[in-house]
Design a protein around this ligand. Structure first.
Ligand code: NAD
Ligand code: MG
Length: 379
């Protein structure tokens, strides 16, 4: 039986992870859960799975949950609560389904504790990929991708030697506004931006898909997970989201991974790797689909992706700044404070104001992250 700790259990990835658990109850035991502010949902989950530990964002929320928890379940809160969920139980695997760079300390704690990481929380690798990967290697900890593109690449690379990889191509659906020109983006609403054509996901990643920042974060995520150069990473628009990504080898052979867009496939693969099992998902019928479409990425249309490549290539503190500025810009857009196109303007301005420097410790990452947040909150 695999013991699972789940960070972000009430979110899109979190609930789909629990759905996988429900389909294979003999194989998984949920030992720890964490959520932000959705107390009622967390209480329901705790009574169903009876974990030893749950955590909420604040002490108030934890106090509200406490009387309703099963007798064997302890409740924690805040950053320390997240760290405890990630590292203080006997979990074998930690699913990081929390949003944003706030997942970093808990992920590092899980690595210290020798837990396998099923990584959905891409912001952690973007903001501190060099530190996370180095420590995981030192501790002999596997970081298994949950993101569909990275799971695809992982599956394509199975058993191949790194030297034989020519390029990796991340496919991009194009997000909510893929059929609009830049001029047509001026007055778009939050509601329109949240309406993703292929995937039902948390609010932040849905906005990131519309700005193409999500693909930018994924480019950096791929760099760290697969140790490829930025010149080897390509992005291709593929509106159907059937080919989840592919690898081209030195002999020009291309290996791709296909399936209907359903996150439960990559989530489960991270849980069962290197094994495979049936999933509660629909099979792909290519004859029924008939056609797949592809278009070249347009970096004028999606300048935030171009900026992501620039920040990735600059390295050091630049990706931390890109990620933190984006987290704030997206929150401001979702609050109705700024327009959609202001997200990328804010990103560019915060990156322009930043003097790139070395970040060789988590505290340094934290400091730069806070600086970028404070600037992004004002511009
Ligand atoms: P979501 O917003 O649906 O869920 C986020 C979870 O984090 C919720 O359980 C929420 O309660 C919890 N949370 C929020 N604030 C918290 C806090 N202060 N302390 C503790 N927990 C807190 O997000 P999501 O779409 O599930 O995405 C989660 C991560 O997975 C993101 O990094 C995203 O980029 C990545 N991801 C998501 C998808 C997807 O299909 N949703 C696909 C690929 C990668
Ligand atoms: Mg993805």
């Amino acid at each position: 039986m695999k013991k699972i700790a789940l960070l972000g259990s009430t979110g899109s990835i979190g609930t789909q992870t629990l759905d996988i658990v429900d389909h294979h109850p003999e194989q998984y035991k949920v030992v720890a859960l964490s959520a932000g502010s959705r107390v009622d949902e967390l209480v329901v989950q705790a009574n169903k799975y009876k974990p030893v530990l749950v955590s909420l964002a604040t002490k108030d929320l934890a106090d509200r949950a406490a009387p309703h928890l099963p007798s064997g379940t302890r409740v924690a809160y805040g950053e320390q609560g997240l760290i405890d969920v990630a590292a203080s139980t006997d979990a074998d695997i930690v699913v990081t389904a929390i949003m944003g760079s706030r997942g970093l300390p808990a992920t590092m704690a899980a690595i210290e504790a020798g837990k396998t990481i099923a990584l959905a929380n891409k912001e952690t690798l973007v903001t501190a990929g060099h530190l996370v990967m180095k420590r995981a290697k030192e501790r002999g900890v596997s970081i298994l991708p949950v993101d569909s593109e990275h799971s695809a690449i992982f599956q394509c690379l199975n058993g191949e030697r790194a030297q034989t990889v020519k390029t990796v191509t991340l496919t991009a659906s194009g997000g909510s506004f893929r059929d609009r020109t830049r001029d047509e983006l001026a007055g778009v609403t939050v509601e329109q931006a949240l309406n993703h054509p292929n995937w039902s996901m948390g609010a932040k990643i849905t906005i990131d898909s519309a700005t193409m920042v999500n693909k930018g974060l994924e480019v950096m995520e791929a760099k760290w997970l697969y140790d490829v150069d930025y010149d080897q990473i390509k992005v291709l628009i593929h509106p159907e989201s059937i080919i989840h990504s592919y690898v081209e080898f030195v002999d020009n052979s291309i290996v791709a991974q296909l399936g209907l867009p359903d996150m439960r496939v990559p989530i489960q693969y991270a849980l069962t790797y290197p094994d495979r099992q049936p999933t509660p998902t629909e099979p792909l019928d290519l004859a029924a689909i008939g056609k797949l479409h592809f278009r070249e990425m347009d970096y004028e249309r999606y300048p935030a992706l171009r900026l992501a490549f620039q920040c990735g290539r600059l390295g050091q503190s630049a990706p931390t700044v890109y990620n933190a500025a984006n987290e704030i810009a997206v929150a401001r857009f979702l609050n109705g404070e700024i327009a959609f196109l202001d997200i990328e303007r804010i990103l560019q301005q915060v990156v322009d104001r930043h003097q790139v420097c070395a970040v060789d410790h988590i505290d340094a990452i934290e400091e730069i992250d806070q600086w970028a947040r404070s600037v992004a909150a004002k511009v």
